[in-house]
Design a protein around this ligand. Sequence first.
Ligand code: GLC
Length: 410
Amino acid sequence: MKKYDYWFPKRRFGMFIHWGLYAIPAWHEQIRGRLNIPRKEYADLAAKFNPVNFNPDEWIDLAESTGMKYICFTAKHHDGFCMWDTKFTDFNIMNTPYNKDVLSMLAERCHARDIGLSLYYSNPDWHHPNAYNPISSHQLKPYPDDEPNQGKYLEYVKNQIEELCSNYGKIISFFWDIPPKIHMPSINDRIRELQPGIMINDRGYDEGDYSTPEREVPDGKRFVKPTEACQSVGKQSWGYRVNEDYYTSKYLMSSIDKTLAMGGNYLLNIGPKADGTIPPEAKKILDEIGDWYHRVKESFEGAQPSSELMQRDDFLLTRNNNTLYIHLHNDLISTGITLNPVSILPVHAEILNTGEKLNVDLDIMPELCHVGGESQEYLHISNIDVNGLIGEVVILKLVFDDIEEAFKIK
Ligand code: GLC
């Protein structure tokens, strides 16, 4: 069994959560760096962080209703503020009016409800006096009395990893952010020792177990390496932002569908408000996506990328035994679609989104039949209720008696 077998097939779709002090100014999770806020002024936000409405069960309810099976939580973002009870800096959640270990509260509920817990940890740290790393990105120039020292900073990172991987139960994956450009496999080795079976991403101290395309779906039909794509509901920020430019649900569905159909995992991010609640705009998007996802999830969960069955650029295919799923990313422009030639008709065909039965036949299609040339029968689907399906990514389900025979797969 490959080491990733236990995570990717079972938990394909997850919720990314960016939450920290930056939810108070509600501009962007990197507000300190992008607007050059002095360290002291930013740190004063800790005295105002009091998420009295934080209820991890509400977050998990939303994750579940969206179809998500794990949560990746920002334990520490670039600002250096730690969302858990760490012994190694005072700049943490215990030194806020809230004074509760939110990571522990979240972890407890995730474990109780079989939601996988994954942790995000930023290598850049704008608060720690030793952290400045000129060979990496997202760095802020040190203050005069800072003492840039990678050795000391890495000790700090290792100490925090010990806490995170020892005190919060099972962690299914570790999401380093911003490659430090330091090769030190012993750090990942220690994580693997503390959390056997964990997946570690490719933004850390060795090449990692999986890649992390961000805000884009790579071209192709199948990922060659375990992949978890991530995207936020908002175009501008990962943390909560007032006046966020939210993506359309259809746009997000399309990127979720492509990623999953290519065999990847998908992390969709939301940024809770400073009081711990989920912005209604984000909730509405997840509700729409969840409504769609639950109707079509059999085309991802347990299904394998199978686009090689038909060499086409206009859709991706997945397959579970004799069932074939056609993922139509482009809007249907007519009530019919011509597929490839097959030798035997499917015994059942439906629009997975609605369960509506489809009309399939083998037909000679005029558009593919040239004057004076050969004619050939194609698998043709007709009478699709296209206008009723404009708002979502459509997936067709075809069930064959013997799919290998139908496609003459040797
Ligand atoms: C980018 C951003 C960072 C965000 C991350 C999520 O690296 O710089 O703010 O947390 O993407 O993957």
